[in-house]
Design a binder for this molecule. Sequence first.
Ligand code: SF4
Length: 377
Amino acid sequence: MNTALGLYLHIPFCRQRCHFCAFYLELHREATAEAFLRALHTELRLYEAEKIAAGRSLQSVYFGGGTPTVLKTAQLIMILAAVRKSFVLGPDCEITVEAHPGTVTAAGLSALRRADVSRLSFGAESMHDDELARIGRPGAESETIEAVTAARTAGFANINLDLMYGLPGQTVESWKRTLTACCDLSPTHLSCYALTVEDGTRLARDVRQETAQAPDETLQVEMDQIARQALAEAGYARYEISNYAKPGFECRHNLLYWTQGNYLGLGPSAQSFVDGVRFGNDANLKAYESALGEGRFPIQNRSVLTAQEQLRDAVIFGLRLEHGVSTSLLVTHAVNYGYEKVVDRLRASELLVEDHERTRLSAHGRLHADTVAEQLF
Ligand code: SF4
């Protein structure tokens, strides 16, 4: 049995919704948060009673969202205390909290560090205030600088910054400056995401109504290559299509997703994969609370993956990694599903590239990772 397990906690609240965001979340209200926290504690106790983690220890705990730091620091610490009651944490457990730079204080960060949170992930997105304004993202460059400085003072050595490229009005020059400004802050990890237009978002509506421009893919490929080069020069190695780290600082929790590790997701919309079974929670706060109020798991879908399906997932997620997957694994998957022609087509269109018996996404393929995955699914 694979004894490593990661725990994801989805905190479904933000102060406002950014124009591009399609995550499940609600606007933060004190009373709504209290009700959610009661439900989350019940969910933790149900998993404890179920003994799903028997014989395992947590190698990572990840507070994601949403914006976990819209909760009070004391509430986050209480969740962590409840996690410790219901699960065994491994000796070197990576504990990450995602944070919006404008929602943290020096005192709050010190308290999180004292509670053994080991990693912070700040959603910086851009180091240009006008670019942030155009994507409806509250905040400013100065907040990111202050937040990272406060985090260091609080004792955090492991800090990630999330960035986006292909933003409305963003240029190669402004992207380079964002990268430089972020490297100057010396985070241990950087995530660079290409802006995509998701159905149901305000950005999708604006693009439809021609009041915003859809991202320019050619420019995004160029920006991706600029990021890779600039970050390599600054000592960050790309290990996944969007993720760069200083040696030894790869995100342990996210690696579980890409390497078929076991992870348990709590909170509305959170997904889990444990011992070959994939299951996901209801993406609705009321339905989530109502199930837990009745003492039931809020699970909406569950599927047991066959060995063939697990191999498929190993290929699809493995292609996201910088070292890709072994070409023989890809060929086995292609034969299993009768996808030989699909793989040939992906190679011919240069979305996949092969090198030393390993296949991975090309620079262009990285922008179409989801389409490639759909074709191989
Ligand atoms: S802060 Fe993050 S989770 Fe919240 S709306 Fe913006 S992108 Fe979405």
